[in-house]
Ligand binder design. Structure first.
Ligand SMILES: Cc1cc2nc3c(=O)[nH]c(=O)nc-3n(C[C@H](O)[C@H](O)[C@H](O)COP(=O)(O)OP(=O)(O)OC[C@H]3O[C@@H](n4cnc5c(N)ncnc54)[C@H](O)[C@@H]3O)c2cc1C
Length: 475
C-alpha cells in the first residue's frame, strides 16, 4: 500500500506527521500488550491538533481506502491501538485542552486527549468527583477510556466510564464530525448511539470530545483490608460484604500469587499487622466505605465486622488517616506492574464471572497455568466478578509466549462456562478476536457484524479488531 505522506502532511502539518518506519513512530506501534510481545506496523502516524483535522483525516483516508487506527494513551491491554498492515495511526494526544468544569451544574466538557487522572483532578479541584479510575489513569486518555468503556476499583459503586458520559463529539465515516447527546442527563429519543460508540474500540468512529456528568466528592473514604487463609475464605468475605447493608465504593481482591508479588511494599505502611499474618495470607479483600465523615466511619465499622467474622480470616486492617488510604490505593494501582516485574512479562485477560464464583475462577486459572507450565495469579474487581487472570512469562522465550496465549484462550471458555463474560474492561481488541462467539448466540453475533458494516461500510476504521467471529479463511 502506497502511503500518500505529502497529502497527509498537508492535512496536519509537517510537525504532526511521522513516517511509519521513523524511529519516533516506534512507540505508536505497540500498546500495553507489548509485555506479551505484540507489535504492529504503521504506514504513518498522524497527530492532529483538533477535531476538524481528525475529520479531514478520516475523509481523506476513507476517500483513498486507507485504514485508520485511533490511538489514545496506548495503555490498552487488548492490542486495540496496535496498527495492522500499515494502517494510519491517528493519535488524539494533542486534543488535550484542560477539562472545562461547570461546578454549579456537576458536569465537564473534555477533549479526547485529556489524561484521565487530570480530568479527575480538575473535577476534585472544583469539589466534584469523576469516579472511573483505571490503574492506568496517569497515562491513559479519556478518549481511550470511552473507546474501551474503562472501569476501575471505584466503578463498582459508581459505574464504568460509559455511565459518566452524557454526550460525544465523534468523527464518523466517511468523514462527518457529529455530536451525539450533550450536557443533558436524560436523552432517550433515538436508539442509543452514544452507548454503541462507547466501548467500540475505534471500530465505529473516532471520539474527539465528550460531555461528562460529575458528582459532589464524597467527604470521606475509609477502606477495610481483610487478609484470609484461602480464596474460599476470601469469597465468603466478599459475600459478607455484599450482605452487610453497606454499598462499598470498591471491592477489590488479590490472590496469593498477586500478593507475593506486591505485598511487601504495602506491609511497610501497615504497622499493626501481626507477625505471621503475611505468611498465612493467601487472599486479600479491600472493601471501602465512603460518604460524609459519619457515614464513612459507620460503614467502615460495619465492614470491619463483616470481613472479620469469616472463618479463615487472618486479620483485618482499617486505615484511618487520609494519607494511609491514599497510599493503599497507590499501592493497589501498582499491582499490575509488580506482577509484571516477576518475570518481565505477562499475558493477562480480564474475564468476568458471577461474583459468587470468584474462588472457582481463581483456582481454575492457577490450574490452567500449571497445565501449561506457567506461574499464574489473579487479582481484580471482586464485587464485579472481574478477574485479571494472569500468566507470568519471560517474553524473550517464544515458546512461553505461545503457551501463555494458549492458556489465555482457555480463560474465555472458563469465564463463559461459569456464566460470565470474556471481557469486563479491556475489550476484544486484537487479542480477543472471535472470543465473543463463545458467549453470544449467532443472531447477536450477526447484529454485531452488521452494526460494524453500517458505521464503516469500507471496513477502514481499526480493521481486524473487535471481531465477533474469526474470519472463515476456507471461503
Ligand atoms: C497498568 C495498567 C492498568 C490498567 N488498569 C485498568 C483498569 O483498572 N481498568 C480498565 O478498564 N483498564 C485498565 N487498563 C487498560 C487501559 O488502560 C484501558 O483500556 C484504557 O481505557 C485505554 O486507554 P488509552 O487512552 O491508553 O487507549 P489506547 O490503548 O490508546 O486505545 C484503546 C482502544 O481504544 C481506541 N481508541 C483510543 N482513543 C480513541 C478515540 N479517541 N476514539 C476512538 N477510539 C479510540 C483504540 O483504537 C484502541 O482500540 C490498564 C492498563 C495498564 C497498562
Amino acid at each position: 500500500m502506497k502511503i500518500p505522506l505529502r497529502e497527509l502532511e498537508a492535512l496536519v502539518g509537517p510537525e504532526a506527521l511521522l513516517a511509519g518506519d521513523a524511529p519516533e513512530a516506534r512507540r505508536y506501534l505497540v500498546d500495553g500488550t507489548e509485555i506479551r510481545a505484540i507489535a504492529g506496523q504503521a504506514g504513518a502516524v498522524t497527530l492532529p491538533a483538533d477535531a476538524e483535522q481528525v475529520r479531514a483525516l478520516v475523509a481523506f483516508c476513507y476517500g483513498h481506502d486507507l485504514p485508520l487506527v485511533p490511538r489514545g494513551g496506548g495503555t490498552g491491554l487488548a492490542g486495540g491501538a496496535v496498527p495492522l498492515d500499515g494502517a494510519i495511526v491517528v493519535s488524539l494526544e494533542r486534543l488535550s485542552a484542560p477539562a472545562q468544569i461547570e461546578p454549579e451544574h456537576w458536569r465537564a466538557h473534555v477533549q479526547a486527549g485529556a489524561i484521565t487522572a487530570d480530568v479527575a483532578r480538575r473535577a476534585r479541584e472544583n469539589g466534584l468527583y469523576y469516579a472511573p479510575d483505571p490503574g492506568s489513569a496517569e497515562s491513559s486518555l479519556i478518549g481511550g477510556n470511552i473507546a474501551t468503556n474503562a472501569g476501575g476499583p471505584h466503578t463498582f459503586k459508581y459505574g464504568v466510564t460509559g455511565s459518566w458520559v452524557t454526550g460525544l463529539e465523534v468523527v464518523l465515516a466517511p468523514g462527518e464530525l457529529v455530536r451525539i447527546g450533550g450536557t443533558v442527563r436524560k436523552d432517550v429519543g433515538g436508539y442509543d448511539l452514544r452507548s454503541l460508540l462507547i466501548g467500540s474500540e475505534g471500530t465505529l468512529g473516532i471520539v474527539t470530545g465528550a460531555w461528562l456528568k460529575l458528582l459532589p466528592t464524597p467527604e470521606s473514604r475509609l477502606p477495610v483490608v481483610g487478609f484470609y487463609e484461602s480464596a474460599q475464605a476470601g469469597g465468603d468475605a466478599l459475600e459478607a460484604a455484599m450482605v452487610s447493608g453497606i454499598v462499598p465504593a470498591a471491592l477489590e481482591f488479590l490472590d496469593a500469587g498477586a500478593l507475593a508479588a506486591s505485598l511487601g511494599t504495602l506491609l511497610a505502611s501497615v504497622p499493626e499487622l501481626p507477625g505471621d499474618a503475611a505468611e498465612r495470607t493467601k487472599f486479600m479483600l479491600i472493601a471501602e466505605a465512603d460518604g460524609d465523615a459519619e457515614a464513612a466511619a459507620r460503614g467502615q465499622a460495619e465492614l470491619v465486622d463483616a470481613l472479620g467474622a469469616v472463618d479463615g480470616m487472618v486479620t483485618v486492617h482499617a486505615p484511618q488517616l487520609a494519607t494511609d488510604v491514599e497510599r493503599l490505593w497507590r499501592w493497589r494501582d501498582g499491582v499490575s506492574g509488580a506482577v509484571n516485574a516477576q518475570r518481565g512479562g505477562k499475558v493477562s485477560e480480564d474475564i468476568v464471572v458471577p461474583a459468587e464464583r470468584l474462588a472457582e475462577a481463581v483456582a481454575a486459572t492457577l490450574e490452567i497455568g500449571e497445565r501449561h507450565g506457567l506461574p499464574a495469579c489473579t487479582w481484580g474487581h471482586a464485587g464485579d466478578g472481574n478477574v485479571h487472570a494472569t500468566f507470568m512469562i519471560d517474553r524473550s522465550v517464544p515458546a512461553e509466549v505461545e503457551r501463555a496465549e494458549a492458556a489465555a484462550g482457555e480463560l474465555f471458555e472458563l469465564a463463559v462456562g461459569l456464566g460470565g463474560a470474556v471481557s469486563g474492561e479491556h475489550g476484544l481488541g486484537l487479542v480477543k478476536n472471535g472470543a465473543l462467539a463463545l458467549q453470544w448466540p449467532a443472531p447477536a453475533l450477526d447484529l454485531h457484524e452488521q452494526i460494524k458494516h453500517l458505521f464503516d461500510p469500507k471496513g477502514l476504521l481499526n480493521p481486524g479488531k473487535k471481531l465477533a467471529r474469526l474470519p472463515d479463511v476456507s471461503r
